[in-house]
Design a protein around this ligand. Structure first.
Ligand SMILES: Cc1cc2nc3c(=O)[nH]c(=O)nc-3n(C[C@H](O)[C@H](O)[C@H](O)COP(=O)(O)OP(=O)(O)OC[C@H]3O[C@@H](n4cnc5c(N)ncnc54)[C@H](O)[C@@H]3O)c2cc1C
Length: 425
């Protein structure tokens, strides 16, 4: 049963409880609620998962530990994601977590998708990045805005065998994303795309691209339209970036040189691309927050045992109070980041406004990830600084959290905007 169904059932049962006791309310004390009714009314903690969410967590944790872990450092060194790792993501239903089963997906909840991203990041933030972008940006745009025919044609592939990329950023438009210059010219039964995209994740492996281009620059951002583009239509995968972190996740420049895209490949309405991008990226931020929570927990998990093996001054270094206070602090921060992330994901599932909270979750989780990874390197002394131990990779990987899907300044701007609205009226 999905979480909506469970929530619906809970609400229905509490309504029944209220109805049945209403006549007696004035004269009867509240203890007339039965134990069962009480249990149904109990608020749950944020670590209460549905059966489906727990199942995803178990499957992905096993896959990450058994299949991804042995390849992590090789893939990082080669700056390349092994095809069998990507195939494993598809085989385990991790590339179509929320996609309806009618399109070949697992039909899971948003929290399940977030869980998958978090669990993968504990082992490899690069694999997590691929899975996150594919699920929370690419699949989400197609699922929410594309017509049925496009879903049948592309979502089925995205859920089962074809990697997708989300192509918004350009050399001249990063934080100011809607200043994009890629042009889509209307030629009757098709559009012709010209321009270049930059920093596009998954693009070395992708077969399908969700591309934002302007059909009428005189209308500014209201000309931005979203297109479904196949690699075979003529997308050129140009320079592959050499990066500080998440090296196995490909990031390339894409060129569109007179790429012919059929009119039926417009996702949603012409001129509404900016709106779709905003909505999808607001949600995507919860995914990045989950990636950073997973990363922080992952580096903490691999580092902590060392503190009780390594002895100095005749005792394990983890027993010095100076160390204890530091790891207690980091553990607390990871817990806070996780709760912020889970709560925002639940708000999104319940249809509440989550924009401010998503920005807070991403902002805070990436700060915690950086701090946790940096501390772990330090706690291990010299060995932590070498590539023999994964802490340095986690530290390199953590930096991206404050850059993609809106830099930390942009998250602060979003949070401040919400606060101004709330308090300045
Ligand atoms: C590894 C990687 C993967 C990526 N994947 C994708 C992808 O798949 N698809 C995609 O479309 N994009 C992707 N991006 C692009 C990413 O979203 C942008 O890099 C990001 O939005 C920042 O844009 P920018 O790099 O142009 O920086 P800029 O916008 O130039 O920002 C530079 C600095 O200026 C600050 N700044 C800018 N404007 C303001 C302001 N108004 N107030 C205060 N400070 C400000 C920023 O916070 C930042 O510190 C990726 C980037 C990287 C590095």
């Amino acid at each position: 049963m999905n979480s909506f169904a469970i929530l619906g059932k809970r609400l229905a049962s509490s309504a029944m409880v209220l109805k049945s006791v209403k006549p007696a309310f004035a004269s009867q004390p509240i203890r007339h609620f039965s134990q069962t009714q009480k249990a149904l009314d109990q608020p749950t903690n944020l670590f209460s998962f549905t059966e489906e969410e727990q199942m995803f967590r178990d499957v992905v944790a096993r896959y990450a530990t058994e299949k991804v872990l042995p390849k992590v450092s090789e893939m990082d060194e080669k700056e390349f994601m092994y095809p069998e790792i990507i195939q494993g993501l598809f085989d385990n239903g991790l590339m179509g977590v929320e996609v309806d089963s009618e399109y070949g997906g697992a039909g899971g909840s948003f929290v399940s998708a977030i869980t998958v991203v978090e669990e993968l990041a504990k082992i490899d933030p690069s694999v997590s990045a691929m899975c996150d972008i594919h699920n929370t940006l690419v699949n989400r745009t197609v699922s929410d805005y594309a017509p049925k025919e496009l879903k049948e044609k592309y979502l089925t592939r995205l859920a089962t065998d074809t990697v997708g990329s989300f192509c918004l950023t350009e050399a001249g438009s990063g934080s100011d994303a809607f200043a994009l210059a890629t042009r889509a010219e209307d030629r009757g039964d098709h559009y012709v795309l010209n321009g270049s995209k930059m920093w596009i994740s998954n693009s070395a492996e992708a077969g399908i691209f969700v591309v934002f281009a302007n059909v009428d620059p005189s209308k500014g951002y209201k000309g931005i339209t979203c297109f479904m583009v196949e690699r075979e239509m003529g997308v050129e995968i140009a320079k592959k970036e050499l990066k500080l972190g998440i090296r196995a996740s490909s990031t390339c420049v894409l060129n569109f040189d007179n790429v012919k895209v059929p009119k039926e490949n417009v996702i949603g309405e012409v001129g509404k691309g900016y709106k779709y991008a905003i909505d999808v990226l607001n949600e995507g931020r919860i995914g990045i927050a989950a990636q950073m929570v997973g990363l922080a927990q992952g580096v903490f998990n691999v580092t902590m045992p060392y503190l009780f093996q390594r002895k100095q001054f005749g005792q394990p270094i983890g027993h010095f109070q100076g160390m204890q206070f530091q790891y207690a602090q980091i553990a607390t921060e990871i817990e806070c980041a996780r709760l912020l992330t889970y709560n925002t994901a639940r708000m999104r599932e319940q249809g509440l406004d989550f924009v401010k909270e998503a920005a807070m979750a991403k902002l805070y989780a990436c700060q915690v990830a950086e701090r946790a990874a940096s501390k772990c390197v330090e706690w291990m002394g010299g060995i932590g600084f070498t590539r023999e131990f994964p802490a340095e990779k986690f530290l390199r990987d953590s930096k991206i959290g404050s850059i993609y899907e809106g830099t930390s300044n942009i998250q602060l701007q979003t949070i401040a905007k919400a606060l101004v609205k709330q308090y300045s009226q």
